[in-house]
Design a protein around this ligand. Structure first.
Ligand code: ACO
Length: 401
C-alpha cells in the first residue's frame, strides 16, 4: 500500500473514484459487512444475535471498547450514563429558542455543537478520561436532546429526566409523555431498543465517513459528531426513513396504487426512487431490514395499531422483488423501509424519524472517531481532485466585462 501510494504521489497520478466506491480511507476493527451475502457484524458478533439478546447501551460499550462488558462493567457504565442524561437549564432554553417550525435535525445538530460550550472540560479531548467522559456525555444527552426537541416542536413541556426508569424507557417517556405500563408495555421498549441496536454502526457510511473526515483534523468529538448529524439529515442517507413514509402516504392517497408508483420509479425521467430500497454495499437483502420487518409486525400488534401503510409497504416490496428492474439492479429493502412504520405507531411524528436514527448511530460515530484518533496511520482527510476548469486566463476588470 505504502509503495503504491508513494508511487502515485511521485508520478502525480491520482485515482478518480467518485463517492469512494473503491477507496478505503481507514482500517477498522469495528464493523464487518459482506454486502453480497447480507452479513453484518459488530466486533464479530452477528447483528441477528445482538438484536435478539443485547441492548443499546451494551452495544455502545462493545463498539467503543471492542469487547462485551462483564456484568459489573455493564452496570457501572449504565449507571454512569444514566447519571448524565439531564441537561442544563440554559441548554433547554437554547432548544426552546428555536422556532417551533424548525426541522428537528437543524436544532439537534446545533444543540450537539453547543454541548462542548456547556462542558468545556471535554472540549480538548486530551486523554483516556476525557474520552470516556465525552463518550458518556454524548450517549447520555443525545436522547434527552432529541426528546426535548420533539416536545418543543410540538409546543409541549420538557419533562425532567428520571434515571430510575432505565435508559430507553425514560427516553420514550420524555419524548412521548407516555409511561411504561400505562400507555405502552415492555414490547414497545424492546422494539425501540432493538431499532437503536440495528442502527448503532454501519462502517464507512456517509455520516460516519464525515465524522472521521472532520475528526481527522483532530476536531473535538462533539463537533465531529455534529457534522455526522448534518450528513445524516440528507434524504439519500438518514432522511430516507422519513421519505419512505411520505412515499407510502402518497401511494395511499392514490388509492393504494403501488403498481403505478413502481411504474413511475422505473421511468427514470420521473426522477422518483423507491425510497427505502437499494444500498451502496448490500446487493442482497439488508439483514437489518429483515429484523425490522419482523419487529414491525409484532410491535404494531402490541400497540394495537394495524397500519394500512404496512400493507402498502409489504405490497410494494412484493412487486419490487419480482420486477426485473429491481432484481437486475439488486435493489432490496434497506433498514429504513420498515422502521418509520414502527416509529409512527409509537406516536413519533415523521420529522422525528431521522433524529431517532441519529440516536441509534451515536455509538458508531463515537467508536469510529475514537478508533481513528488511536490509529497511528490516520492522516488528515484531504482527497485529491481532477481539475476540469479553464486553463490560465487574464483577469478582465469589471468595467471591461
Ligand atoms: N429506486 C429506483 N432505482 C434505484 C434505487 C431506488 N431506490 N436505488 C438505485 N436505483 C437504480 C439507479 O437508478 C441505478 O440505475 P441505472 O444502473 O439504470 O443507472 C442503479 O439502481 C444503481 O443506483 P446508484 O444510485 O448508482 O446506487 P448507489 O450505490 O449510488 O446509491 C442509494 C445507493 C443512495 C442508497 C440508492 O439506492 C437510493 O437512492 N436509494 C433510495 C434512498 C434510500 O433508501 N436511502 C437509504 C440508504 S440506507 C441508509 O442510509 C441507512
Amino acid at each position: 500500500g505504502v509503495a503504491i501510494s508513494s508511487l502515485l504521489a511521485d508520478t502525480g497520478l491520482v485515482t478518480y473514484d467518485p463517492g469512494f466506491m473503491n477507496t478505503a480511507n481507514c482500517r477498522s476493527e469495528i464493523t464487518y459487512i459482506d454486502g453480497d451475502a447480507g452479513i453484518l457484524r459488530y466486533r464479530g458478533y452477528p447483528i441477528e444475535q445482538l438484536a435478539a439478546s443485547s441492548n443499546y447501551l451494551e452495544v455502545s460499550y462493545l463498539l467503543a471498547k471492542g469487547e462485551l462488558p462483564s456484568k459489573a462493567e455493564f452496570e457501572a457504565f449504565e449507571t454512569r450514563v444514566l447519571r448524565h442524561t439531564h441537561v442544563h437549564e440554559d441548554f433547554r432554553r437554547l432548544i426552546s429558542s428555536f422556532p417551533r417550525t424548525a426541522h428537528p435535525m437543524a436544532i439537534i445538530s446545533s444543540a450537539v455543537s453547543a454541548l462542548p460550550g456547556f462542558y468545556p472540560e471535554v472540549f480538548a479531548v486530551a486523554g483516556e478520561d476525557e474520552e470516556e467522559l465525552a463518550t458518556v456525555l454524548l450517549l447520555a444527552k443525545m436522547p434527552t436532546i432529541v426528546a426535548y426537541v420533539l416536545r418543543h416542536t410540538q409546543g409541549q413541556r420538557m419533562l425532567d429526566v428520571d434515571p430510575e426508569n432505565g435508559f430507553v424507557d425514560d427516553f420514550l417517556r420524555l419524548a412521548l409523555h407516555q409511561v411504561r405500563g400505562e400507555q405502552f408495555g415492555p414490547e414497545v421498549v424492546a422494539a425501540m431498543d432493538k431499532l437503536l441496536v440495528l442502527h448503532a454502526d454501519h462502517e464507512q457510511n456517509c455520516s460516519t465517513a464525515t465524522v472521521r473526515s472532520v475528526g481527522s483534523a483532530h476536531t473535538n468529538l462533539f463537533l465531529s459528531v455534529s457534522a455526522g448529524i448534518n450528513a445524516l439529515s440528507g434524504p439519500l442517507h438518514g432522511g430516507a426513513n422519513e421519505a419512505v413514509l411520505t412515499m407510502l402516504e402518497e401511494i395511499r392517497d392514490d388509492h393504494g396504487d403501488a403498481k403505478s408508483f413502481v411504474a413511475k420509479v422505473k421511468d427514470k425521467s420521473s426522477g422518483a426512487r423507491l425510497m427505502g430500497f437499494g444500498h451502496r454495499v448490500y446487493k442482497n437483502y439488508d439483514p437489518r431490514a429483515a429484523i425490522v420487518k419482523e419487529a414491525a409486525d409484532s410491535a404494531l400488534e402490541a400497540l394495537g395499531a394495524r397500519d394500512e401503510l404496512l400493507d402498502i409497504a409489504m405490497g410494494l416490496e412484493e412487486i419490487a422483488l419480482s420486477d426485473d428492474y429491481f432484481v437486475s439492479r439488486k435493489l432490496y429493502p434497506n433498514v429504513d423501509f420498515y422502521t418509520g412504520l414502527i416509529y409512527r405507531a409509537m406516536g413519533f411524528p415523521t420529522s422525528m424519524f431521522t433524529p431517532l436514527f441519529a440516536v441509534g448511530r451515536m455509538p458508531g460515530w463515537i467508536a469510529q472517531w475514537r478508533e481513528m484518533m488511536h490509529d497511528p496511520t490516520t492522516k488528515i482527510a484531504r482527497p485529491r481532485q481532477v481539475y476540469t476548469g479553464p486553463g490560465e486566463r487574464d483577469f478582465v476588470s469589471l468595467d471591461a466585462r
